[in-house]
Design a protein around this ligand. Structure first.
Ligand SMILES: Nc1ncnc2c1ncn2[C@@H]1O[C@H](COP(=O)(O)OP(=O)(O)O)[C@@H](O)[C@H]1O
Ligand SMILES: [Mg+2]
Length: 435
């Protein structure tokens, strides 16, 4: 039972959630006025589920909550929002075909006798956007035309409109540039000064240390610690999150670098990618960095055949053989895989099982005479579930039920099952955890 402390804003006690299996159990947690509480844990630990319960999107199986000294059991997200409990979800919730201003005030369009006042809407939108440092963007811009980082900031701005007492940010920086992260942190400090309490979910430990006063660590649906942030260094936190020492996984020993595997020469596409040449050797991890919009994604898409180059060549092996890659299918045929930041757009079938998704790229391995062997499909999936530590109940679990990072692991697992000679990763760690 929780005793409501005088400066507590929200407390949850004995909160549990069971789907097919328990995903949260016996969570006791109190959020203080004006504090930033970091919530961390590995993928699938239950962070999003806990925040959805607080945000009114998911009904807990057990337990109670109190908000400002009153029993709190929201029947919907709207109810929670009306009380000032707001949540910025991991998956964005904007309508791409509406303008920024319309998205911001979707549920609250300023009107005069039933007519929407465009002028007022514009003015209110400009104010809301300035709060998150987006003054440079015209509120009439369609959300779909914004980069993903800016979309994230619009989503945050939307949640700050009106009375906000508790703000939950679920992995807010996963898609932000360094500059946007700074803007977000400034905003968090301002909100805190106004007495807003923030639950900040992330596995970027260096960020947590910067913004949070206390930290709560979830592991397998259990709260394993709630402590002042200063009590832990990041190594200790990782051990708490994972429940084992990570050393063995981080130190993989010296890597063997072999002969050139991929040779890119003079690759060009309009003004996005201009005369790019480089070579990657077998066993080598070659990093491509740059700001959002610098052309990293465009470069990888060219190599993968998703776009056509104006000029330049891609060669494989040693001695380098120039290959003609006109489509992603050609690339795959040549043993090139692309893993992008957009899991849903890269051929993950959300309504299908893990095993079906992993088998997708690997039909030749598990079929004979045109028939797919179910046993082999399961064995293949189980191998990647073990190797990648995909948190799931079984190979037949639907991909849509997995947390984002675990969905990403399914995609990677699919490619690892094929004999790829070149793996292209575009922002692969968006949504992937430390373990
Ligand atoms: N709607 C759902 N149905 C079944 N299982 C779910 C559902 N939502 C989440 N889960 C499961 O609950 C666990 C916790 O997921 P989640 O809260 O998203 O973790 P986190 O945010 O910490 O990565 C995962 O194993 C996930 O597969
Ligand atoms: Mg999550």
């Amino acid at each position: 039972m929780s005793v409501f402390a005088p400066n507590a804003v929200l407390s949850v006690s004995g909160i549990g959630k069971t789907y097919a299996q328990p995903v949260l159990s016996g969570i006791d947690l109190t959020l203080m006025r004006g504090e930033v509480l970091a919530l961390t844990g590995e993928n699938g630990a239950g962070k999003s589920t806990l925040s959805k319960i607080i945000g009114g999107l998911v009904t807990p199986t057990t337990g109670q909550m109190q908000f400002q000294g009153q029993d709190y059991c929201p029947g919907s997200r709207t109810q929670a929002e009306d009380l000032g409990i707001r949540m910025v979800m991991q998956e964005l919730n904007l309508l791409p075909t509406l303008s920024v201003a319309e998205n911001l005030f979707l549920h609250n369009l300023p009107s005069h006798g039933g007519w929407i006042s465009r002028k007022q809407l514009r003015k209110a939108a400009i104010e809301a956007m300035a709060q998150v440092g987006l003054d440079a963007i015209d509120p009439d811009t369609l959300v779909g035309e914004l980069g993903i980082g800016h979309q994230q900031m619009v989503e945050i701005a939307r949640n700050l409109i009106g009375d906000c007492h508790v703000l939950i940010l679920d992995e807010p920086t996963a898609m932000l540039t360094a500059r946007e992260v700074e803007m977000l942190f400034e905003q968090i400090t301002r909100l805190q000064a106004r007495g807003v309490s923030i639950i900040y979910i992330s596995h970027r430990l260096e960020e947590l240390a910067r913004v949070a006063q206390r930290i709560a660590v979830l592991r397998d649906g259990n709260l394993v610690c709630v402590e002042p942030m200063a009590n832990y260094n990041s190594e200790q936190l990782v051990t708490l999150m994972v429940g084992r020492e990570l050393g063995e996984h981080i130190d993989m020993g010296p890597r063997k670098i072999g002969a050139p595997a991929l040779t890119v020469q003079g690759l060009t596409r309009s003004d996005k990618v201009r005369d790019v040449s480089f070579e990657v050797r077998a066993g080598e991890i070659y990093g491509i960095s740059g700001l959002i919009g610098a052309g990293r994604t465009e470069l990888l898409r060219l190599i993968f055949g998703a776009d056509t180059a104006d000029s330049g060549t891609v060669a494989l092996g040693s001695p380098a053989q120039v290959v003609s890659i006109r489509s992603p299918a050609d690339a795959v045929g040549h043993g090139i895989a692309l893993i992008t930041e957009d899991r849903k757009g890269e051929g993950l079938l959300l309504t299908q099982s893990i095993s079906a998704n992993i088998a997708l790229g690997n039909m030749p391995v598990i079929s004979s005479g045109g028939f797919v062997s179910n046993g082999d499909e399961m064995a293949l999936a189980q191998r990647q579930i073990d190797a990648m530590r995909i948190r799931s109940s079984s190979p037949t679990q639907l991909v849509s039920e997995l947390s984002g990072g675990n969905q990403q692991k399914v995609v990677i697992g699919r490619w690892l099952e094929r004999d790829c000679s070149v793996l292209l990763f575009d922002e692969p760690t968006r949504g992937i955890d430390v373990g």
